[in-house]
Design a protein around this ligand. Structure first.
Ligand SMILES: [Zn+2]
Length: 119
């Protein structure tokens, strides 16, 4: 890190799937695969391992969103029996796929900013 960036800044950049160091290039080369090194600032990202943190954070958020929706759809509507579960599965899958790479970027930024061990 050339200069001191706040943890909030690097986490925000990571959540937006941009390089936490320079914010000028994408952080991922595939859905969950970080680039070997930033194409703009050459910061290596492949060695920063987020492990289970992104999946944990994604499930924490998605399940807290789905719980009230489940209650609303199952107990407060007159939908046919299959409909609430179909809606919940679609919503849960969509939110999970949307949030997982963003939380991975957030965790990569946080791990890098704190200097936590990467292996
Ligand atoms: Zn960069």
């Amino acid at each position: 890190m050339d200069f001191k960036l706040s943890k909030k800044t690097v986490m925000s950049r990571g959540f937006r799937m941009r390089c936490p160091n320079c914010n000028a290039a994408p952080l991922f080369r595939a859905y969950l695969k970080p680039v070997e090194a930033c194409t703009s600032c050459a910061q290596p990202w492949s060695e920063v391992r987020a492990d289970d943190g992104p999946a944990w954070a994604t499930m924490l958020v998605v399940l807290h969103v789905l719980a009230p929706v489940f209650h609303l759809l199952v107990f407060r509507t007159e939908l046919p029996g299959w409909a609430p579960y179909t809606i919940l599965c679609g919503l849960g899958l969509g939110l999970s796929l949307l949030l997982l790479p963003r939380f991975k970027g957030l965790f990569i930024g946080l791990i890098w900013a704190t200097g936590a061990p990467t292996s």
